[in-house]
Design a protein around this ligand. Structure first.
Ligand SMILES: [Ca+2]
Length: 351
């Protein structure tokens, strides 16, 4: 039997060993609970909604909005779309395949009514009663829009400035219907950048052509015209902006990508809104749908929902205008010319 004095260093060694072992185990556990768990938490954290306040993307100043309050042609719209600056919280939908812009539509159906390859929806769908359609099968020569189809369409009058002030609404020089498609021939004459804002006249609408809630579908494409944009939108009949909100889709530079926006009911500034970006450009045919209901506003691009807003939904009648005009931040070249094309539109009211 070893003596007590001989055992003392042995026990000291064992104690030290155990202490080191416990220390190592402790460190390992701490490591597991520390950065590792943070990473795990981040990985499993619910994805942030694909939604952000667009504070950096100021729309019209309140001064501008007030100034144009009663001027239909010039109201609103002074956004400078800078998609690159806006980060996506979630991956955007995949980009549509790009095909060379076809300025002259090629008919695919027997009647040539659906050159985009997707027929116009006809009839009610669950929750929605169809109130307006136009497959644009009646030709309208340049200079005759909207007078030739005034029971179905209106447009801002020739000669007024667009939102940025750089362009001029000139439907007589811009809008025609041919081969089953409405063409908005965006171009410059004598230094005047010519744009237009056709809008369908909705049966049963308010005196401002509005509805309280609705579903708005459009099949469209555009040539990549730098410095021009679409802001197809729902604008409050009240003209109370931003208080009564606004709904925009698709909005974006024709040479860039599309976004959707819902300005909140009760907003006190133009940045009080939800924004949903995509990586989809305008060159190919696309179908954009705004579903505006009392409990949700959905933005659907080619059958995929790209954003849903459930609070601050505008709750007064609004009217749909296919606003196509110059951008505020990019001066279009005088040589830039091409078409925004619309194959069909379909409008619904709540069933
Ligand atoms: Ca058509």
């Amino acid at each position: 039997m070893p003596s007590q004095s001989l055992l003392r260093p042995f026990w000291a060694l064992i104690t030290a060993g155990v202490a080191i072992f416990l220390l190592l185990v402790g460190c390992a556990m701490a490591a597991a609970d520390g950065p590792g768990s943070a990473t795990t938490a981040a990985k499993h954290k619910p994805k942030p909604k694909h939604k952000h306040k667009r504070s950096s993307r100021r729309r019209c100043s309140s001064r501008t909005a007030a100034k144009h309050k009663h001027k239909r042609a010039s109201r609103r719209r002074c956004s400078s779309t800078t998609p690159a600056k806006r980060k996506h919280a979630t991956p955007p939908p995949p980009a549509a395949p790009t095909t060379p812009p076809a300025t002259s539509p090629t008919a695919t159906g027997p009647s040539g009514a659906d050159p985009s390859g997707e027929g116009m929806p006809v009839g009610d769908i669950p929750g929605w009663h169809q109130v307006f359609t136009d497959n644009l099968t009646t030709d309208v020569p340049l200079g005759s829009f909207p007078s030739a189809v005034s029971s179905k369409w209106g447009d801002y009058a020739d000669g007024s400035h667009d939102t940025s002030g750089r362009g001029t609404y000139m439907p007589s020089k811009v809008v025609s219907v041919q081969n089953g498609v409405m063409n908005l021939y965006i171009h410059t004459e004598n230094g005047v950048h010519m744009v237009a804002v056709p809008y369908p006249r909705i049966p049963g609408a308010t005196s401002h052509n509005g509805q309280l809630y609705g579903r708005y579908a459009i099949r469209f494409r555009a040539d990549p015209l730098q410095g021009y944009k679409t802001a197809f939108l729902l604008w409050p009949d009240s003209d109370a902006w931003p208080g009564d909100g606004e709904i925009d889709f698709p909005e974006g530079d024709l040479a860039g990508t599309m976004s959707a926006f819902m300005h909140h009911q009760g907003a006190t500034s133009g940045s009080d809104q939800d924004a949903y970006d995509t990586t989809t450009g305008y060159s190919s045919w696309h179908t954009a749908v705004i579903e505006w209901g009392p409990s949700a506003t959905r933005f659907i691009l080619d059958g995929t929902t790209i954003g849903t807003s459930t609070s601050g939904i505008p709750n007064t009648p609004m009217h749909w205008v296919l606003q196509t005009e110059t951008r505020s931040s990019v001066v279009p070249s005088d040589s830039t010319a091409g078409n925004v094309q619309i194959d069909w539109v379909a409008v619904y009211r709540p069933a």
